[in-house]
Design a protein around this ligand. Structure first.
Ligand code: ADP
Ligand code: MG
Length: 265
């Protein structure tokens, strides 16, 4: 089971869209996928048709070790795609967990209990640095950082990179990829933001972009991933290319690790 976090310390950059679209694409390729909504705003949960104020149990109960993850996750209308829903109560976790020992690895532990049930777990993170973000970064094997191609959005990326540096003291390095989103090649703001990213983050930057595609909004109105509404939409094709990049990066990393084992036992 592979675990990916989708995070940026800024809202409106495409985190939820990336989580859902990448997850739905993996599901369409026959992988068993669990989406974890870690945002107290619960946009992903609402998107998939559940009222966050009315869900019987959520990831909140899982992080509190009250209900096993397998009992809280539920299938979506898409085959192979499951959801671990969020609820507004998540916003209170920081106060409750604050400094509790082990509070940062609750999710990692809970996910270990379903490691044979899913091929991929994708976690949609809140835009704030707190116990939920810490849990996601502790549990993840890979991090996707969607960045809106717009100058103001680059601040969120800076904060995210600082958080990563902090986290890397507590765990082995978390490989990550910066993904320019909402890219509109006709606007100077988009082009300039991309140039900035290429200049300052070149080694960690995906070589392509997720373009603005108004069909994402249409799909959200239907409560469907865009992959199910129009698999040929340019936004979907861009995410399919992103997926290929991430899967190739993971394969390379696995190959390196097995070479190391052969060499050093
Ligand atoms: P976040 O989770 O980071 O807050 P969302 O994924 O919810 O961001 O995206 C914010 C808004 O932008 C949503 O209304 C979403 O439908 C829209 N959106 C996201 N990505 C795209 C895109 N590539 N093209 C057009 N609209 C998009
Ligand atoms: Mg979101």
């Amino acid at each position: 089971m592979r675990i990916w976090a989708v995070a940026n310390q800024k809202g409106g950059v495409g985190k939820t869209t990336s989580t859902l679209t990448a997850g739905a694409l993996l599901a369409a390729r026959g992988k068993r996928v669990l989406l974890v909504d870690l945002d107290p705003h619960a946009s992903l949960t609402a998107y998939l048709g559940h009222d966050p104020d009315a869900v019987a149990a959520s990831v909140y109960d899982v992080l509190q070790s009250r209900i096993p993850l397998a009992e809280v996750s539920r299938p979506s209308m898409i085959e192979n795609l499951w959801l671990l829903p969020a609820s507004p109560a998540l916003a209170t976790l920081d106060r409750q967990f604050g400094t509790r020992q082990g509070g940062g690895i609750m999710l990692k532990r809970a996910l270990a209990s379903v490691r044979d049930d899913f091929d991929y777990v994708l976690m949609d993170c809140p835009p704030t640095l707190g116990i939920l973000m810490i849990n996601a970064l502790a549990a993840g094997d890979f991090l996707l950082i969607p960045v809106q191609a717009e100058f103001l959005a680059l601040k969120g990326l800076e904060r995210m990179i600082r958080t990563l540096a902090m986290i890397s003291r507590a765990r082995e390095a978390l490989p990550y990829l910066i993904v320019p989103t909402l890219y509109d090649k006709r606007t100077r703001a988009s082009r300039e933001a991309l140039e900035f990213l290429q200049h300052h983050y070149s080694t960690q930057l995906w070589e392509l972009v997720i373009p603005v595609d108004t069909q994402f909004r249409d799909a959200s109105k239907l409560g469907l991933p865009l992959t199910a509404m129009n698999p040929q939409a340019r936004g979907v094709l861009a995410f399919a290319a992103l997926l290929d990049t991430v899967l190739a990066m993971e394969d390379e990393a696995a190959e390196r690790a097995s070479l190391m084992r052969v060499r050093y036992g």
